[in-house]
Design a protein around this ligand. Structure first.
Ligand code: NAP
Length: 287
């Protein structure tokens, strides 16, 4: 369905790299149509060294709201005029709202994941959570787990220093027990409850890639969450499912963080009936 673009149309978008597989435009353009709002949401692929210029340009073009995705959730922070307390605490931003002074940064990833986990009765409280990755999304996940009183958080990351920095960051805010492991130490891990995969490994088109190839890992936990939503079942989730583990992909998290961003940009509240219709339309459009 074509949107009616005219002189009053306002622009929203998402900045990332790669960006080709995003379904955020479908979410936001469906919302705009359903709520009869004159907004258009488009993807912007931005090169690593051009992020600052892109944010300045977006402000000059009066782009009223932006989502920020891989790999820019931390890198974008110096370009902001202000940052909301939750985003500051997490240290990563996924939503920008334009104000007179510039862009204000928010983080809606933690809320999006929390809502998705709750809907599937996946409990963080008093659980041992293993987070794979230590990037922008992992920061939101780690702070959410600590806030929700997980017993212990283990971070497994390629770059150990980044995992250690995240573990220290969490400990500055919460008393949660933290552990840092390398991928090659994974065989020694104790049993735990939930594994949350936050790296882009396995994302389309590299669908055969799996960050954890050690078979014994999958005997140690009962629930696997992957923040990736394309494909719907990553190699990591497929392997977990084969072992009888409960699995959840990142689709609902994406949807809920997007709904929250839309509410921030437009000062509206999205009802459950609108949400259901958005889900129906996305499923129609994406098969
Ligand atoms: P990011 O800030 O770039 O972080 C990426 C993380 O993955 C880093 O820890 C990095 O390790 C690790 N990594 C990347 N490539 C790797 C490789 N080849 N081998 C080992 N480790 C590798 O990205 P992000 O913003 O956190 O996003 C990560 C993923 O989460 C993306 O797939 C994104 O689409 C997804 N996500 C989904 C949602 C949702 O709503 N469903 C929300 C947020 C993010 P190093 O530290 O060693 O570089």
């Amino acid at each position: 369905m074509q949107q009616n673009i005219n002189g009053k149309t306002k622009l929203l978008g998402v900045i990332g790299n790669p960006i080709e597989h995003t379904i955020s435009p479908t979410i936001h353009n469906t919302l705009a149509k359903m709520l009869n709002m004159n907004f258009v949401y488009v993807p912007f692929k931005v090169d690593y060294n051009d992020l600052g210029k892109a944010i300045e340009g977006a402000q000059a073009l009066n782009i009223v709201g932006l989502n920020i995705t891989v790999p820019y959730k931390e890198k974008v922070i110096p370009s902001l005029c202000d940052i909301m307390p939750l985003a500051k605490q997490i240290g990563a931003v996924n939503t920008l709202k334009l104000t007179e002074k510039g862009y204000v940064g928010y983080n809606t990833d933690a809320d999006g994941l929390f809502r998705s986990l709750n809907e599937h009765a996946i409990t963080l409280r008093e659980s041992h959570i293993v987070i794979i990755g230590a990037g922008g999304a992992a920061r939101a996940v780690a702070m959410l787990c600590a806030r929700e009183k997980a017993n212990k958080i283990t971070i497994i990351n390629r770059t150990r220093a980044k995992a250690q920095e995240l573990a220290h960051h969490v400990r500055r805010h919460y008393p949660t027990e933290m552990e840092v492991l390398r991928f090659h130490d994974i065989h020694g891990i104790d049993t735990f409850d939930v594994a949350i995969q936050t790296t882009p490994i396995g994302m389309s088109p590299n669908v055969l890639n799996n960050p954890v190839t050690d078979d014994s890992f999958y005997d140690k936990f009962h629930t696997a969450v992957d923040l990736i939503y394309n494909p719907g079942k990553t190699a990591f989730l497929k392997k977990a499912e084969e072992k009888g583990i409960q699995i959840l992909n990142g689709f609902e998290m994406l949807l809920y963080q997007g709904i929250k961003a839309y509410e921030i940009w437009n000062n509206v509240e999205i009802s459950d009936s609108v949400l259901e219709e958005v889900i129906r339309q996305i499923k129609n459009q994406n098969g």
